[in-house]
Design a protein around this ligand. Sequence first.
Ligand code: MN
Length: 751
Amino acid sequence: MMRQYELVEKVLAYDPQADEALLNKAYIYGYKKHGTQKRASGDPYFSHPIEVAAILADLKLDSTVVATGLLHDTIEDTDATREEIDQLFGEDIGSLVDGLTKISKINLISREVAQSENLRRLFFAISKDIRVLLVKLADRVHNMRTIMHVKPEKRQRIAQETMDFYAPLAGRMGIHFFREELEDICFQVLNSEARDIILKRLQEMHAEESDLLKDIAEVLNKKLKQAGISARVYGREKRPYSIFRKMERQSISLEKISDIFAFRIITNTEDDCYRALGLVHTEWPMVPERFKDFISIPKSNDYRSIHTTIIGPSRKRIELQIRTEEMHEINEFGIASHALYKEDIYISNPENSPMPGDDSNDKKNKKRKVGSVPVSGKSSAFKWLRHVIESLEDGDTPEEFLEHTKLELFADQAFCFTPKGRLIALPKHATPIDFAYAVHTDIGNTCVGCKINGIASPLRSKLDNGDEVEIVTSKGSKPKVMWENYVVTGKAKSAIRRANKEERQAQYSQLGREMLNRIFKKLKIEYSDEKLSAALPKLALKTIDDVFVAIARSEIKLKDVAIAMVPMLLENNDVEFMHDQTHFEIGASNKTTPMPIRGVSKDIGAIRFSKKHPPIAGERIVGILKPGEGLVVYPIHSEELAAFESTPELWIDLVWDKDVNEKQWFTAPVEITLLNEVGALSRIATIIAEQGCNIWNSYIIAKEVDYHHLYMEIEVRNIQHFNTLKSSLKTLPIINDIRRVAGKKFGEIDL
Ligand code: MN
């Protein structure tokens, strides 16, 4: 058990102005109150608050926080009262101990609703004063250090709770000092076998390579010294749990993990960080994709460092982390490194905290040499906490809150914000489409574009932590089938699937109705829904819509439907049930929503355009009714049609809807043979632009000495537009030939 004077000395070592009397008073009070209470280990109970206080001193926190550590269990476990604490130690400490008492019984591993409610309570307590969280985490660290004395079942539960909530929360707050220890102990409790295997392998690797590692450190030190950069270098081994997580995440074996050893170069100034970086990159080859500069762009928990990997001495891959002493402190202690400054620790009322550069900060800043330490206003961890708390106040349901917060605690999340500052928690690699659905299903269903941090961006962009996302919607717009491939959240996936299914059913239904109507017109018999309803039992279908859908999906023959409706047709063998003699216009019905031939293009709807030979408005087209797939529209010249020559019953002659929207674009894949001349490409591009066409895609498919073969996907309004473009291109002497070809890599250009 740590003695009273040892604790006081420990605090005085980093904070000479610490309140010695307060620490002594708290020590004696706690000692008396806990009296003869015992821990599960058999140790006197008071050994626990002392250790908690000592852990807080490891974080170099002030005497108030350390004293709170000594007192944290007094109200909960002894006859001490809030009033008494207030009287003896002041209201500041009183409210901290009170906050800790309130959350002492919070159980985060329980039934969903209770769990979310508990998490809310935890965040509310933290939101009053971040120091409550620091003491709570120190409390948890010590409880985990002594977890082996607890009964196995309870041990498992506490370890799981710590792994799921407290360790990620510590990480999110940037306190890696806590996170790593918590994770390691939990790993030991929850999966000791895996941990043992990793530890054994680490020992072997260490034995094999320790000389080499020492050499590398020496070489690095020498080079830095020669260059006049003052820095210290030390090797660092990854923790078993972080190795395990990497193995899991990338599903690779232990043998394949190469970056188990890393070296840290700790400099005095930011400038020296970059000089050291320049030095190592000049001395040894770097591995390009491994370079990351978290100094210029800090991580969302305020982590700052340069990461790079070099092929170092003895051709060994070496991971390097370069940072200053101050950065190092923040990387280890996170928000705890700000907590000495009272004005930085109240997060409920950010308006009250002084602005950076405020004179009142100066004295304290000098004391702690915090030149590069971000003040609370700039700390992303604080911002995050503030947003979480705002979402609490926005009155999210407990389930929503749990879902958001639990997800957000994990490092692999992207927290994004609406322009109004509402926090939207998404998994990593989420897209603006996920974001839109997370805000509201209607926003998702009608989204057409987005701005990320004020810049118009594609809907398939990957979102990063802290992105502000503005979704552009258009009334009546529908989700695209392709979106399903870009989204990662279940909510977006199922909503897109649902919306597309409804849309597809509606298209099928409309198509089937058109087809049936046409046949009746041809037979000169009046069609009515009543007749069809009456025939439903014969067709073994429930609704007339079901019949239309079945017709359009070619799952039922038109002839059979007609005969079921008008039995006398059976006697008339001359009736021709084929559609190919009648033109029928898609979308020409008097329905309020005409069949959107353009809207379904490229998609897998009831009606879609051929991907290989996309038709252009105005040219002759034909539809092939593919069983179970719906109608695929081809230009009449498409060689794909040959495959259907023997099945004329699947052919449907189509004409373009009169209403084809003037604003529609149609894609024409073309191959251009052009002279291999300087500037040829730009002349082609100029003509295409002059004709008001867009280039979707373009690449050289073959090169000869004199000629290049260029593949292009050009967007045009209609076939006349295309023909005009073709003629103007042909006037260019550099163009030898231009012709429409089958589309290549068509799926790539959707959305
Ligand atoms: Mn405790």
